[in-house]
Structure formats: structure tokens, C-alpha cells
Ligand binder design. Sequence first.
Ligand code: ADP
Length: 177
Amino acid sequence: LEPKEEFSHKTLAMDVMRPRRGDPPLSVLTRDGMTVEDVEGLIADTTYSGFPVVVSHESQRLMGFVLRRDLIISIENARKRQDGVVSSSRIFFAEYTPPQPASSPAPLKLRGIMDLSPFTVTDHTAMDIVVDIFRKLGLRQCLVTHNGRLLGIITKKDILKHMAQIANRDPDSILFN
Ligand code: ADP
């Protein structure tokens, strides 16, 4: 069996993406359902470089992608400089921020730091195509969807690890050098 063939025809985005079966679910942000405290918790509990933003946990419809460092900087700045932004402030990635009841703390609008069109492939996309896209577009990560629902993420490192596994299986494989 040609290792090259195996990679081009058999390995799909779903085989490389995270989370794997048994892993905790993808860490996502929701469009308008989280508070500053919720997001700070997510940042503290994870080390991921970024988070997909979805419309809601139920829909898992992808809206964008936010880098961890931009999230940290924006929240820090807002806490320091933006009047009324506190732990219970709601974070909005939506274009439209509904009027807040007078009693609730100032909202924090973070649409500006969201990548509105993160690169996505479907779970059935062949990995040789994904690798090609990563190389040509210089991607760091790419999101995986199925029927419009967010399923997972593939980072450059995930691909490199996957390639290394394949190379170990067959040292003659030179496809990825
Ligand atoms: P890298 O792969 O360069 O270490 P990350 O730290 O972002 O980059 O990701 C570490 C691992 O976690 C990777 O296997 C990646 O697929 C996965 N991952 C990345 N972002 C998330 C996320 N928001 N939720 C769950 N898993 C993620």
C-alpha cells in the first residue's frame, strides 16, 4: 500500500481534528451569552491559543474566531479603562447589542477582535487538501464543521503530529517533507 495514497484518500479532517472521542468538548465562546467572569474562567482553565465563537451552544453555528491573547488584552483594558465593566458585565460578539436594563452593568463589545471568517473545512475534507491550504495560506488553525455545525479544530501542530505518526509508520514516506 502506498503511504501517499493512504494519506490522500483515506485520512480525513475528522481523523485529525480535536476533540478526539473521549476528550472534553471544544472550548467555545457564545455570541452574547457570557459574562466577563465566564470568559476569564475559560481563559484560566485552558491554554488554547484561540476560541471559536458560536451563536449558541445548542446551534453550534460558527460566527468567528478569537485569539486568546486578544481576549486577554481586551478584557484587561476594559476593566481598567472602560467605565462600568465588571465581572458580571455581559460580553457581546454580535453586531447588535440589545439595550441593557438600567440595573445591569455596562456590556463589553468585543466584535472588533473577532475574525469574522475563520477558515473552515468539513469533517469529510481529505487531509491532503487541508495540508495544502495550511501551507498556501499560512494558517495556524482551521475549524471543522458538519452540516453548518462546528465540530472541531485542527492546528498546525495537530497536522505536524499526524504527519510524524504517518512517517513513523512508514519511514519511506516523503510526501510531507
Ligand atoms: P497548538 O496545537 O499549537 O499547541 P493550541 O494550544 O491552540 O495550539 O491547541 C492545543 C490542542 O488543543 C490542539 O490539539 C488543538 O487542536 C486543541 N484546541 C485548540 N483550540 C481548542 C479549543 N478552543 N477547544 C478545544 N481544543 C482546542
